[in-house]
Design a protein around this ligand. Sequence first.
Ligand SMILES: C[S@@+](CC[C@H](N)C(=O)[O-])C[C@H]1O[C@@H](n2cnc3c(N)ncnc32)[C@H](O)[C@@H]1O
Length: 240
Amino acid sequence: MAHMTSGKLQGSLLSLLCQLVQARRVLELGTFTGYSSLVLAGCSSVQSLVTIERDPLAAAIARRFFERSQNAHKITLRQGDANRELALLAQRPSSSCAHAATAGAGGYNQSLCGRDTLLELEIGAAGVGNEEGEWEAFDLVFLDAGKRDYAEQRAVLLQHNLIRVGGLVVADNVLWAGAVPLHSEALERGEPSATAQPRERHEKVTRALYDYVAQTAQDARWQQLVLPLRDGLSVCRRVA
Ligand SMILES: C[S@@+](CC[C@H](N)C(=O)[O-])C[C@H]1O[C@@H](n2cnc3c(N)ncnc32)[C@H](O)[C@@H]1O
């Protein structure tokens, strides 16, 4: 299970990136047991972190860690599907509906999204509003849930201005144990694919991650650097 969490080195990088952009509002897709959430929430610039986890068992474990943290008040854990939660965030009403975002437990859930079902594991209710309670885009988003969903998730972030210009979208596992570079080399040779393990799911994830990185490189709205750290980290800055 150790490969599921970011680990110390990647955690240090996430923390550094957070401080570099002076991130105040952070969104994480894929909490697992909460390691990266705690690293991000521990950054002094961060006022609020929303993290989304589908697996109730993982969410319950993360919750226990969050409750023991001195940064618990910054963290909102939402148990549910990341794509669905993102779609709900994208439907955020005007700032008038977000006015209670910082007002206390439950305020974020009910005022931002107009619903009260999925925030069962809410910890801090820090929400995503500023001190005046108005909606503000995220400064940093960490994509670490379904690997095949990255492109769509980032498209939603952009389309609905959930990420600010100058903000970062960081995506984990983009090298996929070396399969993505192998796939890239095969395409350059005119071959359809070359993954080390030709299992169907592995193949689909490899292609999806390759497409994510390749499309980003062609997209003038993003400046990307792929770091060969652990399983590969794509760091994208929104430039327009
Ligand atoms: C790699 S782990 C996250 C690790 C964590 N970010 C860290 O670095 O400590 C991926 C997590 O995403 C969750 N996940 C996968 N697909 C998801 C989805 N569609 N919606 C929400 N969570 C999902 C999994 O249950 C798993 O706990």
